[in-house]
Design a protein around this ligand. Structure first.
Ligand SMILES: [Zn+2]
Length: 147
């Protein structure tokens, strides 16, 4: 019984993960065979991770695929994983409007759910020394706003 209580509390605690950031990534590949979360999941499992590092993956056609459950800590941005949701856009040089439409909807939904504002949305490159997601914040905002 005690164990069940502990388990229940642990679960409750995880469900109440404090989200302060939404972090945007790209897969850095335009190859059609990489346009699916199952491929990214395999890459991450091969690194010895427990699951794909992102919470969401957005395919070229705009389809939203679910990765780690939101209550679980992701593996996508060192130093920020504990308090963030990671979203990955499939692509490198060829990111499409359908994807920006989906990410705009998802960001809206997450902002409402976690009480976040626009300044809680980050590109990976704003937090770490990386090119990810291959565009400036201005470009990202413009493409989101078009949707
Ligand atoms: Zn990234």
């Amino acid at each position: 019984m005690r164990f069940m209580c502990w388990l229940k509390n642990l679960f409750k605690k995880e469900r109440k993960r404090n989200i302060e950031r939404i972090i945007i990534h790209y897969s850095a590949s335009d190859r059609p065979e990489h346009d699916d979360i199952s491929v990214i999941r395999r890459w991450h499992l091969d690194k010895g991770w427990r699951d794909v590092g992102y919470h969401y993956f957005i395919k070229k056609d705009g389809a939203l695929q679910v990765g780690r459950p939101e209550h679980m800590i992701g593996a996508h941005c060192k130093g920020s994983n504990r308090t963030s949701i990671g979203i990955c856009l499939s692509g490198k040089n060829d990111l499409r409007n359908a994807q920006f439409k989906t990410v705009a909807n998802l960001i809206d939904k997450l902002k409402k759910k976690y009480g976040l504002k626009n300044n809680n949305v980050f590109l990976h490159k704003e937090l770490r020394n990386t090119r990810c997601p291959g565009m400036t914040k201005q470009e990202f905002i413009e493409r989101i706003d078009l949707q």
